[in-house]
Design a protein around this ligand. Sequence first.
Ligand code: PGA
Length: 256
Amino acid sequence: MRKKIVAGNWKMNMTLADGEALVEEIMNKSPELDDNKQVIFCTPFTHLMLIDDTITELSKPNFFLGAQNCNNNTSGAYTGEISISMLEEVGVDSVIIGHSERRQYYAESNEFLKSKVDALVENDLQVIFCCGESLEIREANTQNEFVAKQLEESLFHLDAAQMLNNVVIAYEPIWAIGTGKTATTAQAQEMHSYIRSLIAIKYNNEIAQEISILYGGSCNATNAKELFACEDVDGGLIGGAALKADTFLPIIEAMF
Ligand code: PGA
């Protein structure tokens, strides 16, 4: 049975003290997560060590630590960058790769993202691979081809075991991120089922059925239950609503 996952992407928000208090409140109030459910806190780099300590201290199963980016090289002269071994040292389990903000503001191409995917898989970390189309592409009704190309060029070179063990996909239509404009359940289900069909064609149906596909883009306390009830939606990658316990806890509860 594939896992349900709720990952909070804090982006460039939150003081250390607020972040620590947030994780404490969420973990204390959250229902117990069985092994088919995960909550991942994807914090800024500077918060990782502290939040790892907090998660460890509270010691509730199936809460994990995530980063929002990594470098594709092992080490060396890359001023301002953070390596995967550095992330592992502070307890990171998962890394978001290919978020549309990084594709857009830092010109991260499919080919470049492929090298990050490879480096993460080599180190056996979980990749939360983001894909999704702009409004322009949606309006031209070419979103399927666009998303297929993102997956083809950055992810589908992995072998079956790597896909199964290391990959979670997050479908995030860019027009829904931070805009308050959520994809309808029909739009989300349609794309998620399309992505699953691509995995089935590339690998096989068993693998397609095992990989969690999260929805992201203005997912919130009100719409999470309905979105997660879609057959092929296995949870969410949450931005704005991940910054407060009042809005994040109902999203965690929507996995049940
Ligand atoms: P949002 O962001 O929930 O604020 O729309 C989602 C994301 O960017 O991952």
